[in-house]
Design a protein around this ligand. Structure first.
Ligand SMILES: Cc1cc2nc3c(=O)[nH]c(=O)nc-3n(C[C@H](O)[C@H](O)[C@H](O)COP(=O)(O)O)c2cc1C
Length: 167
């Protein structure tokens, strides 16, 4: 089984989630950072996992663009979608269709992996916004390791069901 993980990040939180996720998945896993890697062939993989952080109510643009550019090929794949963000999981779940195309969401395994505010990594404007919104200038982390592990388990179990079905 071959799994592709594509993601983008501004401040590395998503990258750390992807590392954890890749350690928990069975089979071969290829990881592509959409800010660096461009030549990605979706059809080479059995499973495709796509995710990234939310900034100002929007999924990071590289992830949005990847979904649009590959919309046709992705409908033929087994899909996992994940979101990183500081909003609570219920809010993110209710807004999923703002982050990913409906056509992908309907057949996907969904993961919400939490987020972090690390002030030293933010630019001036980000720091200003987060100070106003969160009313603090202290770093915060809401890293949902258990949810990453559960997401990986779901991807693994669905793949093994599929393999058994094909035998
Ligand atoms: C300027 C700014 C805006 C953000 N806007 C949102 C938001 O609208 N919703 C949300 O859930 N999280 C929001 N976040 C939190 C990020 O999604 C969180 O920091 C995430 O861990 C960033 O991931 P990254 O380090 O991979 O870039 C925001 C963070 C910053 C700095």
């Amino acid at each position: 089984m071959k799994t592709l993980i594509v993601y983008a990040t501004k401040h590395e939180f998503t990258k750390n989630c992807v590392v954890r996720l890749s350690e928990k998945l069975h089979g071969n896993v290829d990881i592509f950072n959409l800010k660096e890697d461009k030549d990605i062939v979706v059809s080479d993989y059995d499973n495709v996992i796509i995710g990234g952080p939310i900034y100002m109510g929007q999924m990071i643009k590289e992830v949005k663009q990847f979904c649009l550019n590959n919309s046709e090929a992705l409908t033929r794949e087994k899909i996992g979608l994940f979101v990183c963000g500081m909003s609570d999981s219920e809010k993110i779940t209710s807004e999923l269709n703002q982050y990913f195309p409906e056509t992908l969401i309907s057949n996907a395994t969904i993961g919400i992996f939490g987020g972090a505010f690390v002030f030293k990594n933010m630019n001036f404007f980000e720091r200003l916004i987060i100070k106003l919104v969160s009313k603090t200038n202290e770093d915060m982390s809401n890293y949902k390791e258990k949810d990453i592990d559960e997401f990986a388990e779901k991807m693994n179990s669905e793949s093994s069901e599929e393999e058994n079905g094909n035998n």
